[in-house]
Design a protein around this ligand. Structure first.
Ligand code: ADP
Length: 276
């Protein structure tokens, strides 16, 4: 089984105030995923496996689709009871926004002939203090066994402590990977991996090829570590939790054409391994 993350930074224009898809990246990635699946089926002589897509699971981020509304309504933050009606509408809007992106991502994959099935976690997950408490994976496994490609995405959840929460695609990967123990986890983002300083801000950053603990990041000066919090640190924390369980993952640049296809095909590509 392979779990592939399509980062919100790659499939959307993440800094855009309004939700905006990066169709160039999205359509290219959909075609790379299809090429990978075709390659698998062609190399399979066993007829019974012809329609089996070898258990690929896709998780995508929200990018400019989830963040503006989640931020505007403060979803995931504690609130007073009298704010609940407004929070609820914000929750609905946020879900609606991320579902729109999921619909677009799914359509791009369907256009390539990939039999996707979205699994919205707001419909099947409860969190406790922003962490996934329960998620019954039986249906996901059944779809996967039938040769469907499940697509999960960062979404809103009901929370036993703070009532309304947001769960990132990276936390979803952490949860499903620890339950399903995939052979490979690839996280596609818009930079080559983890650098000693944010590569979007500094040209002279050095790519870190392997991270095994948060201490590995401590060696960099504090200001750059604050930059890392911009998204990369949360991702690394989720992946380090998996690494503790012996599950490795790799962050790679999905905006470079062909790189996701090469990663899926076990080629050695540039990136950052997260492992113990
Ligand atoms: P995605 O949406 O693809 O899952 P994020 O936007 O959450 O990814 O995280 C990737 C972003 O993290 C990059 O676009 C980059 O600007 C930012 N970042 C901050 N610090 C670093 C760092 N030290 N190394 C790599 N990326 C960093």
């Amino acid at each position: 089984m392979i779990i592939l993350k399509l980062g919100g930074s790659v499939i959307t224009k993440k800094d855009s105030i309004n939700p905006e898809v990066n169709y160039i990246n999205l359509n290219r990635l959909a075609s790379e995923i299809k090429s990978y699946l075709d390659g698998l089926n062609n190399s399979e002589n066993n007829i019974s496996n012809l329609n089996n897509h070898n258990n690929l699971i896709i998780v995508h981020g929200a990018g400019s689709f989830g963040h503006p509304s989640a931020k505007k309504y403060g979803i995931g933050l504690e609130f007073d009871e009298n704010q609940y009606p407004e929070k609820k509408i914000g929750f609905s809007i946020t879900h609606n926004d991320v579902s729109k992106l999921n619909n677009i991502v799914s359509k791009a994959l369907i256009n390539e002939g990939v039999p996707v099935i979205p699994i919205p976690i707001s419909s099947c997950v409860i969190t406790k203090n922003k962490r996934i408490l329960s998620f019954n994976l039986n249906l996901l496994k059944k779809y996967s066994e039938e040769g469907f490609v499940p697509v999960l995405y960062g979404d809103v959840t009901l929370d036993t402590e703070i009532k309304l929460a947001v769960v990132s695609g990276d936390q979803i990967i952490n949860y499903i990977a620890s339950k399903l123990n995939p052979g490979k986890i690839i996280l596609g983002t818009d930079v080559d991996g983890v650098f000693n300083k944010n590569p979007k801000q500094y040209d002279d950053g050095i790519l870190i090829e392997s991270v095994s603990s948060l201490d590995d990041l401590d060696q960099f000066d504090l200001t750059t570590n604050i930059d890392v919090t911009g998204g990369m640190i949360g991702k690394i924390k989720e992946l380090l939790l998996l690494a503790e369980e012996g599950i490795e993952s790799k962050i790679v640049n999905a905006s470079i054409p062909g790189l996701i296809l090469d990663s899926l095909n076990n080629k050695n590509v540039k990136g950052t391994m997260i492992k113990k």
